[in-house]
Design a protein around this ligand. Structure first.
Ligand SMILES: NC(=O)c1ccc[n+]([C@@H]2O[C@H](COP(=O)([O-])OP(=O)(O)OC[C@H]3O[C@@H](n4cnc5c(N)ncnc54)[C@H](O)[C@@H]3O)[C@@H](O)[C@H]2O)c1
Length: 303
């Protein structure tokens, strides 16, 4: 773990300007999306506090960020900061106490309401009263998350997509109580990260995942019914529609466990059978085929 003294000063400091400061950003959860998010924040010059439940998860996450930065630099004309400079801006910790320093926290823990509820209970106690909370949830309504805190005006959704460092826009969700100042601070943070905010209203799954999760689930039904292999289903989308990726490649990138949890949230919220998860998806998750993160999903990544 990096010592606090190693943390580089944030060039985007708003200290003394009278607006909500964005000096230090907490990232809770160092899984698929948290790793990309911490990388993108630190690469943008922001001090980043990366939190997860164990040191071993955090060490693996930092190793992954180091590899991703090195890989990314192979394809960049202007290389920018190197891995060690970027990693020096990330302080990792298995304790929430370091979040006392955070101006803005982005939560990326497992897509389960009970897990998130415990996280927000701790955040609300430990973080300063001016700290903003952004939920990077796939489907849980922001109103539900805001109600777990004593600061609903300072809560919003920021739905980053994978891989975060390469994406140019973020779906920003305004909850019923989200204040203009909170929305503006999120917009400023995304500006620093070189990303555009696309603001939408609150709904389970928001805009992106109400559509995407249905598409992915239906694509899995097609594979289950042997209408087409994963390769054929994805090829239709890549070649006929000219999408960059097919729905099953996208599912592997997101993580099949997260897809299943998101569908369960949507099914629970809407009580609409169109969101029932395909049995093949459940079977694959039970079998540990979680996509890229486990080495196998609809495709193999073991090499
Ligand atoms: N995978 C994606 O492409 C993607 C995109 C946008 C949003 N999301 C959302 O981001 C969240 C995380 O998804 P993911 O794919 O990274 O999942 P993941 O399973 O890869 O990672 C979740 C991480 O949260 C950690 N965690 C669990 N409980 C915690 C706690 N109490 N405190 C701190 N850390 C804790 C886990 O140890 C794990 O490292 C979910 O809500 C998901 O819906 C995922």
């Amino acid at each position: 773990m990096s010592a606090p003294s190693l943390l580089a000063r944030n060039p985007h400091s708003t200290e003394g300007s009278g607006i909500v400061p964005l000096e230090t950003v907490g990232v809770i959860g160092a899984g698929v999306i948290g790793v990309g998010l911490a990388h993108a924040l630190a690469q943008s010059g922001l001090r980043t506090l990366l939190i997860d439940v164990s040191d071993s998860i955090l060490q693996a996450a930092l190793g992954q960020i180091r590899n991703n930065i090195r890989f990314q630099r192979l394809f960049r004309e202007k290389a920018g900061d190197g891995a060690e400079e970027i990693l020096a801006r990330i302080k990792s910790s298995a304790s929430y106490d370091v979040l006392q320093e955070a101006d803005f926290v982005i939560e990326n823990v497992t897509e389960k309401l009970a897990v998130k509820a415990e996280v927000y209970r701790q955040l609300d106690t430990i973080c300063s009263s001016r700290c903003i909370f952004a939920a990077n949830t796939s489907a849980i309504p922001i109103a539900r998350i805001a109600a777990m805190t004593g600061r609903p005006a300072q809560v919003l959704g920021m739905h980053f997509m994978n891989p975060v460092p390469l994406k140019t826009a973020v779906e920003v969700i305004r909850g019923p109580h989200t204040s203009d100042e909170t929305l503006a601070a999120a917009g400023r943070l995304l500006g620093v990260m070189g990303k555009k905010a696309i603001v939408v209203g609150d709904s389970p799954g928001f805009v992106s995942n109400r559509v995407l999760m249905l598409t992915i689930n239906e694509a899995i039904f097609l594979v289950q019914e042997k209408v087409g292999s994963p390769e054929v289903v994805d090829e239709i989308f890549r070649t006929c529609f000219e999408h960059k990726m097919g729905p099953l490649e996208t599912a592997d990138l997101i993580g099949l466990d997260t897809i299943l949890l998101s569908l369960e949230v949507l099914h629970g919220e809407f009580k609409d059978s169109k969101f029932r998860a395909c049995p093949l998806l459940r079977q694959m998750v039970d079998a540990g085929l979680h996509g890229r993160k486990s080495g196998r999903g609809f495709y193999s990544y073991e090499d």
